[in-house]
Design a protein around this ligand. Structure first.
Ligand SMILES: O=C(O)C(=O)C[C@]1(C(=O)O)C=C[C@@H](O)C=C1
Length: 312
């Protein structure tokens, strides 16, 4: 990252020691960026829209548990609250979860665990990443959603009466002063969360910075576009998707969220990729122009350099 400007501000889901904190620290590691915790993803989006921060690092999907629907809902922006927020980068973080308990509460460790935990805390995304352990040892145990994995660790560090545990990182255990009862409890060793790096398109500070990306032989550019179609028209979705093909944009994922205008109507999120060339330089602009004719609305949510190619 180019560091010719003042100290950058980067929003992430807090409290500190969440996976989002780790992703923000790693993706802005070579800068002296100020990393600022926010209690919800919506708070981070608002801070970005209001230009209180330069960037936000927000999880969007996990390789085991799929899409982070809260993030899709914010990107859907049904009430035009975040109209200047766009994706400008991505970061893949390998996510290893631990079962955390209050300091000293299980002195004989996991080997001597007696089944006495009565309540579990974590972020909603984490349950589905640790189902094998949960279904084997914690069947019927109350699961309490909290705003982040680190929030769960913080609660457990303070809870005196209940026999509770949190699912969070080793980093969160150290930060909140709790014990790791069992580590690597994720179902799959390759458990990875993809974070989007967002910026405000009107903010000049962020616009002048270029995110440094590890060199790959051929770097794909990814683009995210949201749109809605008239569901009563046969072929409406097919017509929209054919536009991507016509402009050489390779579809890599499609997500949907309810439109909240009518039941069973959706906002589509299409992610597509292209290897930049002289021929396809304007492909996204042209595709958006064509999409406007066949959709009820469409929105360009940003273009950034693929980082998956750099990992495999
Ligand atoms: O709760 C956290 O620690 C987060 O940063 C959020 C989040 C997510 O929403 O996906 C990030 C990574 C993991 O997948 C689990 C939780």
């Amino acid at each position: 990252m180019n560091m010719t400007l003042g100290r950058l501000k980067v929003a992430f889901l807090g409290p500190r020691a969440s996976f989002s904190h780790q992703a923000a620290a790693e993706s802005f590691g070579r800068t002296s960026a100020e990393l600022l915790p926010h209690i919800t993803f919506a708070d981070a989006f608002s801070a970005l829209q209001q230009q209180e921060v330069d960037y936000a690092v927000i999880p969007c999907e996990n390789s085991t548990n799929g899409s982070v629907v809260q993030t899709l809902d914010l990107l859907a922006d049904r009430n035009d609250l975040y109209k200047d927020v766009k994706v400008c980068g991505e970061y893949y973080l390998t996510v290893h979860h631990c079962l955390l308990v209050r300091k000293g509460s299980y002195p004989s460790g996991w080997e001597g665990y007696d089944g006495s935990i009565t309540k579990l805390y974590t972020h909603p995304q984490a349950w589905g990443q640790c189902e094998l352990l949960l279904s084997k040892y914690f069947k019927g145990v109350e699961r309490q959603d909290v705003s982040s994995t680190s929030k769960g660790a913080e609660i457990v560090s303070k809870e005196m009466e209940e026999r509770s545990a949190a699912i969070a990182s080793r980093f969160a255990a150290d930060f909140h002063g709790v014990d790791v009862l069992k580590e690597n409890i994720e179902d799959r060793a390759d458990n990875t969360t993809r974070f989007l790096i967002l910026r405000n398109m009107r903010a000049e500070r962020a616009a002048q910075l270029e995110l440094e990306q590890p060199a790959t032989a051929v770097t794909t550019h990814k683009t995210l576009i949201s749109f809605a179609i008239d569901h009563s028209l046969p072929g409406a979705l097919a017509n929209a998707l054919l536009i991507f093909k016509a402009h050489g944009l390779n579809l890599t994922s499609i997500n949907t969220r309810p439109s909240l205008k009518r039941a069973w109507q959706y906002i589509f999120f299409v992610e597509c990729g292209r290897t930049p060339s002289d021929e396809n330089r304007d492909a996204v602009i042209k595709a958006l122009n064509d999409l406007r004719h066949v959709t009820e609305f469409c929105r360009d949510l940003g273009t950034w350099k693929d980082q998956l190619g750099a990992r495999i």
